[in-house]
Design a protein around this ligand. Structure first.
Ligand code: PEP
Ligand code: MN
Length: 453
């Protein structure tokens, strides 16, 4: 009897969720074989969840603290993860980079830092054009490893639903390693020096070393005083990605046996991109039915009305931590646009978490054809974000950064002064340019200064 009632409730929940199927879903691939998509969906539905509902709830609580100005969100990782780069070393270096940034921010701001990777599922990309043409040959655009391959051949660019299942398995092994690193002693604060090892020595690393020395002394002091520091031996680390590809997200959405609510178990936090945030579109409808913490990117054209209608749809109860607005305005616009948005939302009595993505409004292409960003523009947008919040009296709740632990040369500037000619030496991103390890640390030091103000 009980199980029948549960079945009915679950069926009802899924029927409500599936309302999205009648709506326009932008940025979806054209799969050549619908039967193969259905096969992958069944395969995904039979797999265990990647994350548990209780973890998503815990992250929502943490984000609620950030929305109250009592914590700070650090969200970062590749623009587009790739299956081939999901190796132990590269995952470790990205985790280390985020842990180092978190230490710099925590120590600088004396505030808990919530660590969320753009990891273990960031495999699908929106594109400005469906096709790409090179030397007279036109093929489908690369939409992320969850859809097709980056190589410019017909075979690789054809959307392949088997990749949905492969993406699940790569996400599972990535998440497993993240859990091992962050729960198994690697993230122990007493390892604060070790995280720096293996990275090329540079001014940001030296500055980090001296901060790590201070932390060491503080830890020894606490130990000498008899303070139990078990809380410092493990760290919470969450994963997130853009919930773009609904053929992947839907089969991974499950009923939480504790509450009967739906959770998208592909990641702890999911966000909706700037190009798919239409109120009447499939993505907003879909995510309105799951209980995970949700992000929405807001570009420079977003109005107060857009923001309020998104709040009504995605967070009607105005539950703290449920909704994060990730603004990506561009350094030249943020000071004009953001204060009005913050004030309008505040005046309506809503308290979403406000986070800045200082990457996506600052893209440029060099004469030699590299997609890049200037470190100075990124920093300028970051400062504009803090200024806007100080002006309006709201909380600057976090940063969303495209970064890698590798010493790539994809963004211009930073203290290494990467110039246009240098971009070619190690440009590895298959999508947007990422800050390298050193630029990421530099950015963290500068954000810590803003947080101290
Ligand atoms: C991204 O985060 O990689 C992205 C495409 O961002 P946006 O939706 O803000 O353009
Ligand atoms: Mn990007």
């Amino acid at each position: 009897m009980t199980s029948q009632i549960h079945e009915t409730a679950a069926e009802r929940a899924f029927a409500e969720l599936d309302a999205y199927q009648a709506l326009e879903a932008k940025q979806q691939p054209v799969w050549p074989d619908p039967d193969a998509v259905a096969y992958s969906a069944r395969e995904l539905s039979s797999q265990p969840p990647l994350v548990f509902a209780g973890e998503a709830d815990q992250l929502r609580d943490r984000l609620a603290a950030a929305a109250r100005g009592e914590a700070f969100l650090l969200q970062g990782g590749d623009c587009a993860e790739t299956f081939s780069a999901a190796t132990a070393d590269r995952i470790r270096d990205r985790v280390k980079t985020l842990l180092q940034m978190a230490v710099v921010l925590t120590y600088g701001a004396s505030m808990p830092v919530i660590k969320v990777g753009r990891m273990a599922g960031q495999f699908a990309k929106p594109r400005s054009s469906n096709d790409e043409t090179r030397e007279g040959v036109t093929l489908p655009a690369y939409r992320g490893d969850l859809v097709n391959g980056y190589d410019f051949t017909t075979e690789s660019r054809t959307a392949d639903p088997a990749r949905l299942v492969q993406g699940y398995h790569v996400s599972a092994s990535t998440l497993n390693l993240i859990r091992a690193f962050t729960q198994g002693g690697f993230a122990d604060l007493r390892q604060v020096h070790a995280w720096n090892q293996g990275f090329i020595s540079n001014p940001a690393n030296q500055r980090y070393e001296s901060l790590a020395g201070e932390i060491d002394r503080a830890l020894r002091f606490m130990a000498a005083c008899g303070v139990d520091n078990t809380a410092l031996t493990q760290t919470e680390f969450y994963v997130s990605h853009e919930a773009l590809l609904l053929d992947y997200e839907r089969p991974l959405t499950r009923v939480d046996s504790r509450t009967g609510d739906l959770y998208d178990t592909s990641g702890h936090m999911l966000w909706i991109g700037e190009r798919t945030r239409d109120l009447d579109g499939a993505h907003v409808e879909f995510l309105s039915h799951v209980r995970n913490p949700i992000g929405v990117k807001l570009g420079p054209t977003a109005t107060v009305d857009d923001a309020l209608r998104l709040i009504d749809k995605l967070d009607p109860e105005r539950e703290p931590g449920r909704l994060t607005f990730i603004t990506r305005m561009g350094a030249g616009k943020i000071r004009d646009v953001l204060p009005g948005l913050l004030a309008g939302v505040r005046d309506a009595g809503a308290t979403p978490l406000w986070v800045t993505d200082p990457m996506h409004g600052n893209g440029m292409t060099t004469a030699t054809g590299y997609k890049t960003r200037r470190f100075d523009d990124v920093m300028d947008e970051l400062r504009g974000f803090f200024e806007a919040h100080r002006e309006v009296g709201t909380y600057p709740g976090g940063i969303h950064i495209e970064l890698t632990g590798d010493d790539v040369t994809e963004c211009l500037g930073g203290s290494e002064n990467i110039d246009e000619a240098t971009l070619a030496t190690r440009y590895e991103s298959v999508c947007d340019p990422r800050l390298n390890h050193m630029q990421s640390l530099e950015l963290a030091f500068q954000v810590a200064e803003e947080l101290k103000k």
